[in-house]
Each structure stands twice: as C-alpha cells, then as structure tokens.
Design a binder for this molecule. Structure first.
Ligand SMILES: [Zn+2]
Length: 381
C-alpha cells in the first residue's frame, strides 16, 4: 500500500473505512484513499513568454556567475542547492532560471516556509516580471491558486500534485519544512522537473546529497557590497549582568536601530514591559497581533529597539540594524538560527558593517559552530 500524495508506505498510517484504506499521514490536506491519484485542479495554460527581468540594481559578477550556473544545471536536468550567506541576494540569482523556464512555457513555483515572506517575494517577483501573472498562495490568499508563477508556502504545495517543471524552495532549513518528512514528500510530489534549494545553512542531509552528486551545489558567500560578514562579539556574563550591560548600551551608545533577540515570548514581554517605562521600544513575538505596525514604527525610528523572539530571525531587512542576543546559549538558538540573526547586520550598501553581540552564560556548540561557519564564508572572499 502506498499513498500517492505523500508517498507513505507505513502501515500504521493507513485506516480502513468501509472497505477502503485511506492515508492519515497527510489527512490535513483532505482524505485520500489508497491508490487514488490526488486531483490536480490547475487549468491555467502557461504560454511561452518573452520576458526579461527588470532589475533595480545590476547583479554583481559573483551573482551573475551563480545565476548562469543555476540555468546550466537546470538545462542538464539536475537539482541544485544554492548555498548563499545572508544578504548575498539569493532571490535575485533565481531570476535568470525563472526567466528561462517561463520563456519555455514551463510551470514554475516558488515555495517558502513562512506566509509573510510569500507575500513579500510575490510582490517583489511581480515587480521584476511585470507582464506575467504572479500568484501568492498562502493562508488568506487561496481564491486564485493558478497562474504563470506561483509563490506559495510549503504547506500549500499539496495543491500542486505533479505540477512544477521548476520548483524553487527557499528557507528549506527553516520551520516547518526542516525535519518534516510529510512536507518534504509533498514537495517532492509537486515537482515533475527540477528543484532548486536556497539556504544560508544547509542541513547535513543536503551536504550528503551534494557529496553523492545527487544535488549540485552553487556557493555564494559574497554580499553585493563586497564587505565580509559581521562576526558576533561573544560576551560570557551571568544573566543579570547581560541585562545591566544592555541598559548601558541603550542609554549610552545606541546609534542605530537595535534588535534584541531573546529565547522566549515571556522574556520578550517582560523585558519590554520594564524598558517601555524609559525608552520607546516594544516586543515582537509569534503572539503579537500588530506585527506589521511595530515593524513599521521601528523602521521609521519611532521605536529605538525591539525585543524579539526567533520569529524575526529571517526575512526581515532593516536598514543599518544592530543586534544583541540575550541568553544566546539557550537551546532555542541553534547554529542556523544564530547565523540568520547575525545575518541581519550589515546587509545594505549604505551600512555594510554593524554591531552584533551574543550574550551567553557559557559558549556552547551552536555559538561555536555559528562563528566557525561565518569565518569559513569570509575566508572564501
Ligand atoms: Zn498520505
């Protein structure tokens, strides 16, 4: 027995109902009986376009080389992994392969873990490819699910059984995709052509596939401005001293917008409660309802700093931001998440450097691994 949607063959997930077995592993996407091919309701006909991406900045020579390589692997029918440091412009280097596929009349998808980023990327791609129909598909955006270029969350891929000739998958190292066998098999079934994975922190399995030559790797460790990645200053202090030093920092030397990462929602809420009495600041967690409003105020400079959980570790770009991580040896911060956090600093051409401090009560493996990965990427410069 095998589920044709999620590929499950494990008997414990099959349930018998009125003489028919169905799969419970992927039941969240609707019931599917064993042997039944998932329906694909997509009817939109992709035509051969003749588009050219419209870019604000010209790509750097490194980005150009990476994007040509990506096209070459796609033409050869190979899956590829773009291993790019934070701020290297990994979305931009997919434009050429997207253009190539769209001009061939192929079906193209762009899948990302988080809903917020789906909307951002969709609007960015629509700006770059003005004449095609770019469709964002995520919670709250499921009225129209088909078009020339579908940008969706990993979850929504279940709608696209055997659909894409080219499927770009961004943030494959992030929750909820990372470690989810179900989402991985849904994604595999959505693609009939080749996949391109984008990440700043490839998993061991991916690197293993590269070694076995099942996956082609393209490295891009240089940011467009050419400056090295900012290395964190590691400060080993008891928690109370971390807070005292933070108070000193925000009262005396605060020049740039500051993101303060904390491990738990409780930390974020409590700290912002006390700091709010003296400073314009706020907390931002997965439970915060007016996220956009807070980020907007922060970008405008109305808030000097924000206490955030890892909900803000990815995707967000704030001009000239500095970062501090409190209790950075807490298990919630793994290597990938620390790399993402420090990756917020020094992204733009106007602010290619900045400040990043990891406070911890002791240096753990995740901190050590983060620093050594960053150094390795900088050595490649
Ligand atoms: Zn299934």
């Amino acid at each position: 027995m095998k589920c044709l949607r999620c590929g499950n063959e494990d008997e414990k997930y099959f349930y018998l109902d009125k003489n028919v077995y169905y799969c419970r592993r992927c039941i969240q996407f609707g019931r599917l009986d064993v042997g039944q091919e998932p329906q694909n309701k997509m009817t939109y006909v992709c035509k051969k376009h003749r588009i050219k991406p419209k870019l604000k900045f010209e790509l750097t020579s490194n980005q150009k080389a990476a994007s040509s390589q990506l096209v070459a692997y796609f033409k050869e029918g190979k899956d590829s992994l773009v291993y790019a440091c934070c701020g290297a412009g990994k979305t931009e280097i997919t434009y050429e392969v997207l253009t190539y596929a769209l001009n061939q009349g192929l079906k193209v998808g762009f899948a990302i873990s988080r809903r917020q980023v789906v909307l951002e990327i969709a609007s960015r791609l629509q700006g770059v490819f003005k004449t095609i129909k770019v469709v964002p598909v995520c919670e709250g955006y499921t009225q129209i699910v088909d078009g020339d270029l579908i940008v969706c969350t990993m979850h929504q891929l279940y709608r696209y059984h055997k659909t894409f000739n080219l499927l770009i998958m961004d943030e494959v190292d992030a929750f909820p995709f990372k470690g989810s066998d179900l989402l991985e098999s849904i994604a595999r079934h959505a693609c009939v052509g080749n996949r391109v994975f984008l990440t700043a922190t490839p998993t061991d399995e991916m690197l293993e596939s590269v070694k076995k030559n099942e996956l082609k790797m393209i490295k891009l460790f240089v940011r467009p401005h050419g400056f090295p990645l900012v290395l964190p200053e590691i400060k080993v202090r008891p928690v109370s001293v971390q807070i005292i030093e933070l108070i000193r920092l925000v009262t005396k030397t605060l020049k740039n917008p500051l993101l303060i990462f904390v491990p738990t929602i409780r930390d974020a809420v409590t700290l912002s409660f006390f700091f709010k009495v003296f400073f314009p600041c706020d907390a931002l967690t997965s439970k915060t309802e007016n996220k956009e409003e807070i980020i907007d105020k922060f970008k405008k400079g109305e808030l000097k700093f924000i206490f955030a959980t890892t909900v803000l570790e990815r995707g967000i770009t704030i001009e000239g931001v500095d970062i501090v991580v409190l209790k950075s040896n807490h298990p919630v911060f793994d290597e990938a998440s620390l790399i993402q956090i420090i990756g917020r600093v020094g992204r733009s051409r106007a602010h290619p450097t900045g400040l990043g401090i990891f406070y911890c009560t002791k240096v753990n493996e995740a901190i050590r691994a983060c620093v050594s990965s960053l150094k390795e990427m900088n050595e490649a410069l």
